[in-house]
Design a protein around this ligand. Structure first.
Ligand code: BGC
Length: 445
């Protein structure tokens, strides 16, 4: 997609231009969840502390003002379950009151909230019982969802049950970088994803019971796995295996209510999950090339790597993001079109402290979405990850995804050039050739 743009790319009226974030990463002092315990146990590779994060619990409104000034009309945030239900079965009205203030503040500023119920964090009591592997995880999650929609349903009707269940399961039970830090436990990873699928389905039903007109979905992380040598059948096979395990499991559970062989042997009956979404939320960042390698059975014989000279964000201490690949958004849209549901890009972004590539990424993402619309896909919105630099999980403050730079010590903010570009796009509801000339210096070779 490197052809010069000659005409403005205009989006349909009402297209959502938003930003996305999550409670633990931006609220500050979220000390009653398993990620705080993980941090206390010394697992943040940079040694950083989340601390006040972006200080949203006290003053999200200041950043909402910034988002409004950019002309955004949507914002995705998550609720901190550990604040709402600090002890099992005990709900805290003070936490609900603060979320009501925040949702009202968004509405007053003309931004539609998209609310995620579980974005990687949950209360310590839930973790101690076995998190999503616990026998009663599904009713516990459904009860929390019911409480939330009863309390907040007059301010929000757009819900995302679980953020990236495939990432939670893979990083928590296979790779071990996320709590509970298990490595190589494929069985637990599949079972955790299966139980999250049941939890999602139960929440979908409970939300609709309380709020029949609600729009409910989940946010799915799609990573593109391409065969390193497209003509090589073994590379193609191992790339497909990676794709099946990571990208396809949850999507298939929602679409068909089952799992493909051999995952079905571990997943059990998924028929209750079928049809439980009103929209598709897609989180898209990167692509890996995959080459057959008989020495790594633990990675399903697929060695993942990034092609030389591919655009890449800043590197973290441990985590490799691969090639920044906006074209992946278009490929994923094609892939999920069969659901026949509205599609939202619920996350897309890059760790880029110096804003080297972010303007290019935003422009390419916008072009790809516009091309998908022109092919007839029902794309309704784009939520850039993220508004202000936030606490990047096990990488801490090392990776900077914000349109606006943050100094977490002083809480000072400084907009990056990308913020001005994204604001111009949102205000115009279009991308123009002039914007590219003005803001984009990087072009991939
Ligand atoms: C997660 C975010 C995270 C982002 C960048 C997504 O997978 O949902 O919480 O900050 O990626 O790594």
């Amino acid at each position: 997609m490197n052809d010069p743009l000659t005409q403005p790319l205009v989006f349909p009226a009402g297209f959502r231009w938003g930003v996305a974030t999550s409670s633990h990463q931006c609220e500050g002092e979220t000390t009653n969840n398993q990620w705080h315990a993980w941090e206390q146990a010394g697992h943040i590779t940079s040694g950083d502390r989340a601390g006040l994060a972006c200080d949203w619990w006290r003053n999200a409104e200041a950043d909402f003002d910034r988002a409004q000034a950019m002309g955004l009309n949507a914002l995705r945030l998550s609720l901190e379950w550990s604040r709402i239900e600090p002890r099992m079965g005990e709900f805290d009205p003070v936490a609900i009151a603060r979320y009501r203030q925040m949702l009202r503040a968004l509405r007053e500023r003309g931004m539609e909230p998209l609310v995620t119920l579980h974005h990687f964090t949950h209360p310590i009591w839930f973790e101690e019982r076995g998190a999503f592997l616990a026998p009663d995880a599904v009713p516990r999650f459904a009860r929390y969802a019911e409480h939330v929609v009863q309390e907040l349903g007059d301010l929000c009707d757009f819900w995302c049950t679980i953020n990236e269940p495939n990432v939670v399961a893979t990083f928590g039970y296979q790779i071990g970088d996320f709590p509970p830090g298990r490595k190589g436990d494929v069985r637990a990873a599949v079972q955790a994803q299966a139980n999250m699928a049941h939890a999602h389905a139960a929440a979908y039903r409970v939300i609709h019971r309380v709020q029949p007109a609600a729009r409910v979905g989940w946010a799915h992380h799609f990573n593109i796995f391409d065969p390193a040598r497209p003509g090589n059948p073994l590379d193609r096979l191992v790339a497909r295996l990676q794709d099946d395990g990571f990208n396809e499991f949850f999507v298939r559970a929602v679409r068909l209510g089952d799992a493909a062989f051999p995952l079905n042997l571990l997943a059990g009956d998924l028929s209750d999950v079928r049809g439980t979404c009103d929209f598709l939320g897609i989180n898209c960042y990167a692509r890996d090339l995959v080459r057959f390698d008989r020495r790594i059975p633990t990675e399903l014989f697929g060695r993942r790597f990034t092609r030389p000279h591919a655009p890449q964000g800043d590197s973290g201490v441990g985590r490799l993001y691969g090639e920044i690949y906006p074209a992946g958004i278009g490929r994923v849209i094609e892939r999920v079109r069969g659901f026949d549901k509205p599609i939202y890009v619920t996350e897309n972004g890059i760790a880029d402290r110096d804003d080297r590539l972010r303007p290019w990424l935003i422009v390419e993402a916008v072009r790809v979405m516009h091309a998908a619309l022109a092919r007839g896909a029902d794309v309704r919105g784009y939520y850039h990850w993220t508004l202000v630099d936030n606490f990047e999980w096990n990488e801490g403050w090392g990776l900077r995804f914000g349109l606006i730079a943050l100094d977490p010590i002083t809480q000072e903010r400084a907009p990056r050039k990308s913020a001005t570009l994204y604001a111009a796009i949102a205000r115009a509801n279009a991308l123009t050739p002039e914007m590219i000339v003005e803001y984009v210096s990087y072009r991939p070779t």
